[in-house]
Design a protein around this ligand. Structure first.
Ligand code: HEM
Length: 296
């Protein structure tokens, strides 16, 4: 699973100031264009939504005081986000004092996707902000349990998925955890939700067979998800945070030690995982490029 405890100095929602404005503006645009495709809330999730708002505002203010400030006087909260130029005064617990639902409000200010799962053992997807998902969307997974969501994952990964289910059942409030997941894509587009799949597949089918060791480094992007897991205090729901990072293989492999690490991961990946992640058609070019960089 690669699960690690989040240490006190490590933020729940990482802020990358060089990308913050672009990514939060993109979220805003997507939500204006197709709100219900990227956000699902509603009354049943309100306790959990306020939990998330409290957790994320407190965490951002603690780890990035130069960008975020939170003042609390009883239920009267004052929030300053200097990266977005946003000042908000609201009453905690009263949705009428915010411009939109609590999770929608704080989700627009985090680079992470924020996904809510039910409190019971099924860990069912019940709501959240999901703008930058890789190959899935609210419309195709809402209402599904953790195990149902992972039904299409390759057999070689099932042990890790089953450990994940047990891990989530046993997760207690007060300690967040994190893990990484990785992928290779022929695009660094942030929004890779389900509706973009047909266009991506067509582009991949056209470009992948042409890739060579010379151009693969600049054409292929490593898509890393920093995933966080938290049991929320009042609602007992689970919060699944996903911060997506993209960088070209050439950029990452500029350091021979990194090129070596990527090579080791690729060589160790089971065949069904490489097929699932669509690495197989670009594998030969990728391995030649990385071998050359690792030995330079
Ligand atoms: C608890 C720890 C978790 C583990 C160990 C885990 C493991 C995995 C693995 C091994 C895969 C497939 C290969 C890969 O992309 O690496 C995967 C895919 C996926 N995971 Fe997770 N996961 C976890 C949590 C979650 C959560 C909380 C959600 C959201 C509800 C989620 C949603 C997905 C989705 C949508 C896919 C793609 C499935 C598809 O292609 O149909 N995962 N996960």
């Amino acid at each position: 699973m690669g699960m690690r405890l989040l240490k006190p100095h490590e933020p729940l929602c990482e802020v990358d100031p060089s990308r913050y404005k672009a990514e939060t503006s993109l979220k805003e645009r997507l939500l204006v264009e197709d709100h219900s495709y990227y956000f699902h809330g509603g009354d049943a999730t309100f306790t959990a939504q306020w939990d998330v708002l409290e957790l994320v505002t407190t965490d951002l203010a603690l780890h990035y005081p130069e960008h975020f400030q939170l003042q609390r006087v009883g239920d009267a909260w004052h929030w300053l986000n200097s990266l977005s130029g946003l000042t908000t005064t609201f009453h905690f617990g009263d949705p009428a004092t915010l411009p939109c639902e609590p999770l929608d409000w704080i989700g627009r200010q985090a680079q992470d996707d924020l996904v809510l799962l039910s409190a019971d053992a099924t860990a069912t997807f019940v709501g959240g902000h999901l703008c930058f998902a890789n190959g899935w969307a609210i419309s195709d997974r809402l209402g599904k349990s953790f195990i149902e969501i992972h039904q299409r994952t390759p057999p070689a990964t099932m042990a890790s998925v089953e450990s994940g289910a047990r891990f989530l059942q046993n997760l207690k409030p007060g300690r967040s955890y994190w893990r990484m997941s990785w992928n290779f894509k022929l695009s660094d587009q942030m929004d890779m939700t389900t509706k973009h799949k047909p266009a991506y597949k067509a582009d991949f089918a056209r470009r992948a067979p042409e890739l060579t060791a010379e151009d693969v480094g600049d054409s292929v992007f490593i898509r890393i998800e920093r995933q966080t897991f938290t049991r929320l205090l009042r609602s007992q729901n689970l919060l699944f945070g996903i911060h997506t990072y993209n960088s070209s293989v050439a950029e990452e492999a500029a350091d021979p030690r990194r090129a070596r690490s990527i090579l080791d991961v690729l060589r160790a990946a089971p065949q069904d995982v490489k097929d699932y992640k669509a690495i197989t058609p670009i594998e030969t070019a990728l391995l030649s490029f990385l071998e050359e960089r690792a030995s330079s």
